[in-house]
Design a protein around this ligand. Structure first.
Ligand code: ATP
Length: 248
């Protein structure tokens, strides 16, 4: 479904992604694990194309030069030159790190904004679906986004991404800073979404352990390079990976 080859991203002279090669098959959940600054968000920005927006903004502000090289093949097309909005239209949708919801808008408004690419019948059905996967959100429809807890904001961020009708959903550190209980709710929801909607999901996390049960395949990022990959079982049986990333 998606294959990225030879991805290189420079922030000015700093190499943030170094010849990264990853891929995912349809209906898989693929994990990207790595420590702080390993390049997880940069990879998600590059796959979704948001890096182009960041690049232009920096250029206009006279700031650092961002360079992106490599190939991204998504459903048979090379999308490296495609704008992020076009990628989203083709179903490649990013749910960004740190839950960038609209803090002044209500839960319902946030979701409806997310549905701007959807037909009204799709939006209606997806809205119902989001409330079904995350029942807690259904009770908070009129609540202002900024007043939600961290976990509720993450549910909303995922819900909003679903409203854009993704085929491949990019989830950037969805569990960051959440309690184990909230993490479990989000992990269950993520698996349900894949199973019920037939989506493909790429999820990044610093700590692999909570995500591991739902991941089919994973890549380990270190200093901007994908240094290891394998199925869940393969990674679990590697003692170095286990101690560094799984805390076991
Ligand atoms: P975290 O878990 O801390 O979010 P990450 O794995 O997502 O980390 P990135 O945010 O992709 O890592 O950062 C990779 C490297 O690129 C880091 O060294 C970071 O400081 C640097 N970096 C990220 N964004 C920029 C930017 N806009 N300008 C300059 N350097 C950047």
């Amino acid at each position: 479904m998606l294959e990225a080859k030879g991805l290189m991203v420079f922030y000015e002279n700093m190499l943030a992604l170094n010849n990264v090669h990853i891929r995912c098959e349809e209906h898989q959940i693929v994990g990207i694990f790595g420590a702080n600054s390993a390049g997880k968000s940069t990879l998600m920005y590059t796959l979704s194309g948001i890096i182009e927006d960041i690049r232009k903004k920096e250029q206009m502000a006279g700031g650092e030069r961002i360079t992106v090289l490599g190939e991204i093949s998504y459903m048979g097309m090379n999308i490296i030159d495609l704008k992020p909005s076009m990628r989203a239209r083709k179903g490649l949708v990013l749910c960004p790190e740190r839950r960038r919801i609209f803090k002044e808008s209500t839960v319902l408004e946030n979701l409806l904004i997310g549905g701007y690419l959807a037909s009204s019948s799709q939006a209606k059905a997806t809205l119902e679906y989001v409330f079904n996967v995350f029942p807690a959100l259904a009770k908070l429809k009129k609540r202002i986004g900024g007043f939600l807890s961290g976990g509720e904001q993450q549910m909303l961020a995922i819900g909003r991404a679903l409203m854009a009708q993704p085929k491949l959903l990019l989830l950037d550190e969805p569990l960051l800073g959440l309690s184990p209980l909230m993490q479990a709710i989000l992990i269950r929801g993520t698996r349900e979404i894949r199973d019920q909607k037939g989506l493909t999901i790429i999820v990044t996390e610093q700590y692999a352990r909570p995500v591991l049960p739902i991941v089919d395949h994973a890549f380990i990022l270190e200093n901007g390079a994908a240094v290891m990959e394998g199925t869940r079982q393969e990674l679990m049986s590697n003692p170095d990976v286990r101690s560094a990333y799984f805390g076991v």
